[in-house]
Design a protein around this ligand. Structure first.
Ligand SMILES: [Zn+2]
Length: 107
């Protein structure tokens, strides 16, 4: 457990950081799963590597894995198989009037 000291002369609050439990009282760390400034401060103070507290989802190795698979081209629209299912059309009464000629429809 680490507790942050306020910076002298500032109105900064103290937030309790429970590094082992992955918690910061401020709350961003639990939500974003990225080290907040409080975590970074604690890691700096305790000489710990802050990178250990970055969620694996954000690590470059994970990001690059997304692009390791092959992306297939969807081809030209003329080569797509025909579609016989229902067709959805917009309700013309709910469509906005086009701007320009034909009057001003600003609200
Ligand atoms: Zn925090």
């Amino acid at each position: 457990m680490e507790e942050l000291a306020a910076v002298p002369g500032s109105r900064q609050h103290n937030y309790q950081v429970l590094l082992d439990e992955g918690k910061c009282e401020y709350g961003y760390f639990q939500v974003l799963h990225l080290p907040c400034r409080h975590i970074l401060t604690v890691c700096s103070h305790a000489r710990l590597d802050w990178r250990a507290h970055v969620c694996p989802v954000y690590q470059m190795e994970t990001v690059f894995k997304v692009y390791s698979m092959e992306f297939r081209s969807i081809g030209h629209e003329n080569d797509w198989p025909s579609y016989d299912g229902p067709r959805i059309q917009p309700n013309p009464q709910l469509m906005r009037m086009k701007r320009g000629r034909g009057g001003d429809n600003r609200e």
